[in-house]
Write a protein that binds this ligand. Sequence first.
Ligand SMILES: Nc1ncnc2c1ncn2[C@@H]1O[C@H](COP(=O)(O)OP(=O)(O)OP(=O)(O)O)[C@@H](O)[C@H]1O
Ligand SMILES: [Mg+2]
Length: 1065
Amino acid sequence: MDEGGSRIRRRVSVRKRNRPSLDSVSTACPATELKPSDEEKEDKEMEAGSRRRKTVDVQPVEIIDSEEDMFGDYDSFAENSLLAQVDDLEQKYLQLPEHRNHATDHATEDLCSGSNKHNTLNVPTVGDCTELNIDEHMKNQSRHEDVSIEPEADILYDVPSSQVLFFENLYKSSSDLGDPSTEEKDWNSSSPKTVNEKLPVNSREQPQQTVESSSKIRPSSDANMRKSLKDHLKSTMTGNAKAQTPIFSRTKQLKETLLSEEINVAKKTIESSSDDLGPFYSLPSKVRDLYVQFKGIEKLYEWQHTCLTLKSVQERKNLIYSLPTSGGKTLVAEILMLQELLCRRKDVLMILPYVAIVQEKISGLSSFGIELGFFVEEYAGSKGKFPPIKRREKKSLYIATIEKGHSLVNSLIETGRISSLGLVVVDELHMIGEGSRGAILEMTLAKILYTSKTTQIIGMSATLNNVEDLQEFLQAEYYTSQFRPVELKEYLKINDTIYEVDSRAENGMTFSRLLNYKYSDTLKKMDPDQLVALVTEVIPNYSCLVFCPTKKNCENVAEMICKSLSKEYLKHKEKEKQEVIKNLKNVSGGNLCRVLKHTIPFGVAYHHSGLTSNERKLLEEAYSTGVLCLFTCTSTLAAGVNLPARRVILRAPYVAKEFLKKNQYKQMIGRAGRAGIDSVGESILILQEKDKQQVLELISRPLENCYSHLVQEFTKGIQALFLSLIGLKIATNLDDIYRFMSGTFFGVQQKVLLKEKSLWEITMESLRYLTEKGLLQKDTIYGSEEEFQNNFHITKLGRASFKGTIDLAYCDILYRDLKKGLEGLMLESLLHLIYLTTPYDMASQCDPDWMIYFRQFNQLSPAEQNVAALVGVSENFIGKKASGQAIRKKVDKNIVNRLYLSFILYTLLKETNIWSVSEKFNMPRGYIQSLLSGAAAFSSCVLHFCEELEEFWAYRALLGELTKKLTYCVKAELVPLMEVTGVLEGRARQLYNAGYKSLTHLANANPEVLIRTIDHLSRRQAKQIVSSAKMLLHEKAEALQEEVEELLRLPSDFPGIVASSTEKA
Ligand SMILES: Nc1ncnc2c1ncn2[C@@H]1O[C@H](COP(=O)(O)OP(=O)(O)OP(=O)(O)O)[C@@H](O)[C@H]1O
Ligand SMILES: [Mg+2]
């Protein structure tokens, strides 16, 4: 056992590649114990391969990534083309005269491998051959190597008993097969072949196993026929999806098997709820290696360890934890999610606040999914399937925005699958107190709490105050710490003086220094707040974020700073900045914003919602790689993507016209000094004398409480909630609905929020309102008993509104509009349909430019102009407005505005160019883009609405097509590429032109080749694209496999089966 133990230690440690492991050295192991295990041999095989690669300087295909990026050393087992290329390269290399002998060895290795296919036990195995060859090869190679790449000494770990158990099992299974030689064999000499053949007995990951075991229950020839067809289909698809070279497939198989075994052991450990936490918090040691490899995280912070080992966490109690910004909260959530996916074999939902963050997370976790065998599914924007695809074996991690997370939970409840969700993680939990999104988040969590007792809920945030309320709502434990890995110093600037925020000082601040930047008179006028002085202390070597109150202010400040910067700044990373400009033009059809054109050469850019998502992505990439060093941005960036800053400056203590809130302040300054990026961080809030008192109060007071918005957001909150409770049959009578309400966050805070009404009254009132609106009906048919009086059911209109997630404020208008459309829908062009799917809420906030309105109207065909008349907007009205004449007749402003927005969308669909449309309508391109995505989403909602109402049958086909057009608004051939997370139109076009025309092309692409062929594509982006494409392809192949299985499955009521089971009985 001792020996086994040492083997295990060894095995655990060899998995790592070029980076050190998470834990520091715990036990020094005697040299004699360092007998390489089978896996080590395989690893050596891989390593030898990679060494060979590294030393082939005549064919420098393998570029060693110098950047510390999370996809460094990517060598996923599902990869084919990269490995195939490496294989080719090796073959070529081995054929060079000086390596002929190795080539021969290699051939022998292949031969051995071939012969061993039929050799179950006890003969010289692949491992033996490989070991010899590779060892020999390694000896040759080691002389050329950089020792630092492959450290000689491995770090050893203490082995927890779960791992010992795993190896006992392994050993036992090999004895069970009756191989005496293996039983007696030293680990060192037992071959991978032997291990490989024995392990799959318990393996979940071996496709053949599944087939074999399933064939056992269908012994008839008919069943065999089915089996072979199924096998054929499965193997072709699986082969296509993860084709690999023969040399590496064995390594892959072995690794998969070992991983699967480790997961099995971890699963048992978790189930037995022992104190032993497995090699890495009950997870396979591979997870630890992946964190080192992909994220550079080598050791957990102390608080992370404490939190993960809390008794309540191990008992799967709900948990809220709160730490300062950059405290490393994500890692804890990720480890808990992996435990759920891999060990407890349940699906996981992670809810994040914005689409961009969802996409960032998808890219970051896809490689974990590929390596560890789970699906990562995107539920954001137009992506997501309801209900989600039921997976046979692998579990899914759904990463969702708040809205999509809610729909996903609804669909799981509706299909009776909510208990498949083992864990729900909510990042930025404080958002529960923010408007309609907060209300939706609250509904989602309340529904989970009510319908599934087994689903664990975990919420985290840096800015929570009234945690007790949240704890009561979520029935959760609470963990908090003040840990921040990088110290953050807070300063205030008043006139020329900088003060440090100091809670011990009498007025909360102490003098720090005077600013002594030499200002000319002109510059003083241009920059009265001395922003230039503050930023030039940091840039260009470090980065700096300047938060501004408005979008316009962001642009002005960026321009102003650049006007004052010396020409020296132009020289810093000049070439890279030119690339960024070229890149921006590339994704914008040759256009470039006037402001950015001027500021980027200085390394400065603005960042706000007026940018298109393509531009935002490029600028963020340039900023995080240090090409750009200064962003002027709005508060949206505060909770947005993780961008590094040495210094964060708040231009003024305002967000738009509102005075800054403590939570906002904390989130904004929290961007400074991020772990792993900066070693120090500081924030400077610029303020005028008049705001001094208010600011001093701000910095000294606690964070704001967060309050439920469920009732405040009437139609989007409590109304929508009740409709769905009854629609989904979660609660259909008054008592249950009241009980549900008592368990909400609002229920907890009701006495504070709405003193004058009781919860019962609020509940009754809302139900009455919904009934009056024709969305609900009382069940009264069964008699006059009270109980029945209190039962409700959803009407057809109610169901349509609920299914379409239509804001109940608009559901009857939508019904009317669609009904009217049935009488005379103009189908000569898309305009009328577009009008019907233009979001109502965007229309109410729009302010048309009447001259443009009039001009656009006159460019329409007579049939299109007739649409305006049909919806109730006359040419006369638009004409009068354009010429500034007074209009007496009352006109519905919402209709007029909505038509204007549909003109924009119509032009966009025709021209597919956001820039020209933005110019034509004199609106920011970012706004045009969000109008388009809003219309795409609403069109899909209207489609679901129509699907529930028989009279709207005609709309179904029409809206299906329109939704697609609005969603992609690009040529059809780019659509498959744009399905991949992070591939937007510009990039899709580039890829398509370079010959990557389908998802399969992308999944098989070699990132190194991609960066050479695609302009302005960073290595990190290339790797993310390939890994996301692989994940998506995997998902699709799996879905097809499931369909095939379903198709070929013998029906349970098949006559023969029923008869024989009856006979047996
Ligand atoms: N144990 C660790 N060792 C080194 N770096 C770590 C560790 N844990 C987390 N990090 C890194 O710290 C950075 C910040 O972590 P994270 O994004 O989880 O912060 P956060 O607590 O969620 O902050 P915020 O509230 O601002 O979102 C990340 O880059 C992450 O990779
Ligand atoms: Mg975070």
